[in-house]
Design a protein around this ligand. Structure first.
Ligand SMILES: [Cu+2]
Length: 498
């Protein structure tokens, strides 16, 4: 662990003892105490209140991964994955995370379209791992597929060039066969921002919010997955923003900010809301929409990202900040999220001298044309078969089997049919897709706007129609982005030929 990494982790999760008292004094702490699922018997995790993780400090900003190259257009850096103790709970031993460069979340990679990346990676974990560059259009053999593990103690170089037009909010996380959920919930995830040199929102101050779960056991260690976690997808007692529990951010009345938001939880569909302020959706996983869309709330599935423009209004009667509204996703063994959770508190700052303009048009998105190939992808659950509980087209993942054969440059239309009882967020590697329509209760409804995405939630009983094109050859994974379901085999492969 280098010194900078250690300090970075300390800054990201350092505790201020005074905040413990502040926490005890806040009546709103009660809604978090209610998060523990007390009815789960021997598997019950301790409630948040009993653990005493402080909250209410300023939102930590994410540390950047420094570029070691002086050459224009080249980003060169080192990343290592290893254990990192972080003093988290007062009076308890440090909690050991698995972290990239000792930081939770991992260091932010920020580059421009057209840049070439050379990332030297060292695996200091006791397990094989990979780095998957979630959402990026890069060659399959650089994308951290489970077929390309880096064994413990070994290293490799990831090299790729980012094409023009891919500006957006991506992330990186492990993708080894069978260990993805554990490696991510122990702390391995970082954000990856690709910027455009002609960004219509470059004038807005930017906040980056990484939303993640933290589940601790009674000793303050990162809890292992329970049977309920493996079934429903893991949730924790704490929903963190940039590694901090319920931090605060100051916003001026009339001030306009751009927020990039990552759902880096294993399994939660986060129904985000910001009552009392103006909220516009301006971007999805793969970058900007065509124009801003005023919204009241936004359902962000696990793995997905959004770009929001927030204008501070502090309308009377609303005080809280960024909320996760109740959402039912069909969990089988654990309680649904019935209460509203506060992710980030907003404090009123000085009134803005002027509200920055928000352009009416952001960019052009061309609809993908008529498909040359149509496929059906049926998601199902077989609760009677613990060895293959989560299925795609009746099968569990097999590293040796390509499920579909595709061709570079050909538009495909897929119907993702969720015949299961839970929501399953669909994700495909190597490209972005456009969702066209959804069928619920036999009725098809067109999607309200065009967007580039790489994750889309498919509710129980729903069918989602989407189109994409793969522009590079190779093996591409597609899977449920509830990481426990992916590990349990709800994953397939598309082999794309030149
Ligand atoms: Cu799933």
């Amino acid at each position: 662990m280098d010194r900078r990494g250690f300090i970075g982790a300390g800054a990201a999760l350092a505790l201020v003892p005074l905040l413990r008292q502040a926490w005890a004094a806040q009546p709103s702490a009660v809604d978090h105490a209610a998060m523990g699922h007390g009815a789960m018997g021997a598997e019950a995790a301790p409630a948040a209140a009993g653990l005493g993780l402080p909250f209410g400090r300023p939102l930590p900003s994410l540390a950047a991964l420094p570029n070691q190259s002086a050459r224009p257009g080249v980003f060169q850096a080192g990343l290592s994955a290893g254990a990192q103790p972080v003093p988290l709970l007062p009076g308890k031993p440090a909690t050991v995370f698995w972290a990239y460069n000792g930081q939770v979340p991992g260091p932010t990679i920020e580059v421009f379209e057209g840049d070439e990346l050379r990332l030297h990676f060292e695996n200091r974990l006791p397990q094989p791992t990979t780095i998957h560059w979630h959402g990026l259009p890069i060659p399959a053999d650089q994308d951290g597929n489970p077929q390309d593990p880096v064994p413990p103690g070994q290293s490799r170089e990831y090299r790729f060039t980012l094409p023009q037009g891919c500006a957006g909010s991506y992330w990186y996380h492990p993708h080894p066969h069978g260990h993805t959920a554990e490696q991510v919930y122990r702390g391995l995830a970082g954000v990856f921002v690709v910027k455009s040199r002609s960004d219509p929102l470059a004038h807005l101050p930017e906040q980056r919010l990484v939303l993640s779960d933290l589940k601790l056991d009674a000793d303050g260690k990162i809890a292992a997955n329970s049977e309920a976690d493996r079934m429903d997808g893991r949730e924790g007692q704490f929903l963190l923003v940039n590694g901090a529990w319920r931090p605060h951010l100051t916003l001026g009345v009339g001030e306009r900010q751009r927020w990039r938001v990552w759902n880096a939880t294993s399994a939660r569909v986060l129904k985000l809301a910001l009552p009392g302020h103006e909220l516009e959706l301006v971007g999805s996983d793969g970058g900007l929409l065509q124009r801003p869309r005023r919204i009241d709330s936004l359902e962000l599935p696990p793995g997905a990202r959004a770009e929001l423009v927030v204008t501070g209004r502090f309308a009377p009667g609303h005080g809280a900040g960024l909320l996760a509204l109740p959402y039912r996703r069909g969990k089988m063994m654990s309680a649904e999220q019935e209460e509203t959770l506060t992710l980030l508190e907003l404090r009123r700052g000085a009134a803005a001298v002027a509200t920055a303009p928000l352009p009416a048009r952001l960019r052009k998105i061309e609809p993908l044309g008529a498909p040359a190939v149509r496929r059906r992808v049926v998601l199902s659950e077989d609760m009677a078969n613990p060895a293959a509980m989560f299925l795609i087209n009746g099968k569990t993942f097999d590293m040796a089997r390509a499920d579909f054969l595709g061709k570079v440059g050909v538009v495909e239309e897929w119907e993702i049919v969720n015949e299961a009882d839970m929501d399953h967020p669909f994700h495909i590697h190597g490209t972005q897709f456009q969702t066209l329509a959804r069928r619920n209760d036999g009725v098809w409804r067109e999607e309200p706007f065009l967007a580039w995405r790489d994750v889309a939630n498919v509710s129980a009983g729903e069918t989602l129609r989407l189109r994409f094109r793969q522009d590079m050859p190779g093996l591409r994974m597609f899977h449920c982005h509830i990481l426990e379901h992916e590990d349990a085999g709800m994953m397939g492969m598309l082999r794309v030929e030149a």
